[in-house]
Design a protein around this ligand. Structure first.
Ligand SMILES: [Zn+2]
Length: 157
């Protein structure tokens, strides 16, 4: 197998120029290179079809949620404020957003279980479900940050 340096298209060893872009093709890949190339392609394809793949937005949301939980716990411990109890609510918000962001498959299974869906074969989440989940994650994070901010500002007041 040869791989075009310009457009990345895999081609037959017999070709001298790329069938897609006309670029002169390099030497054929070694057996080892070819194996790793195939593995990359396969991983890309699996990612493209996996509705539960973590996007970078999910990863960022997950990290913020975990930092939020830690910040809430610390704030509740050190805060002398009568509002420290709100820390519990921000922990709950951040815990929800963490699970929703980092464990979409768990969330989906839970939804199927609680709604008692009757499906033929394995149900897949729709685009709208996925968009709804991402919006819910960020709403939870916003609520958690707001509550945490309230506890912190009351502490210093
Ligand atoms: Zn090409």
């Amino acid at each position: 197998m040869k791989v075009c340096k310009k457009c990345g298209a895999p081609q037959s060893d017999k070709r001298l120029v790329c069938i897609y872009c006309g670029e002169k093709l390099p030497d054929r890949l070694s057996v080892k290179e070819e194996r790793s190339h195939r593995r990359d392609l396969e991983a890309d394809m699996n990612d493209a079809v996996d509705p539960f793949r973590l996007s970078s937005s999910d990863k960022v949301a997950g990290v913020i949620s975990i930092i939020g939980i830690i910040a809430s716990v610390v704030t509740m411990i050190v805060s002398q404020s009568p509002y420290a109890i709100y820390g519990f609510m921000s922990i709950i918000m951040f815990a929800f957003s963490a699970v929703m962001a980092l464990a979409p498959r768990v969330l989906w299974n839970f939804r199927i279980y609680t709604l008692g869906f009757k499906f033929n074969g394995e149900p897949e989440p729709t685009e709208w479900y996925t968009i709804g989940r991402i919006i819910a994650v960020w709403v939870m994070i916003a609520a958690g940050i707001y509550l945490l901010f309230m506890v912190m500002t009351q502490t210093h007041a």
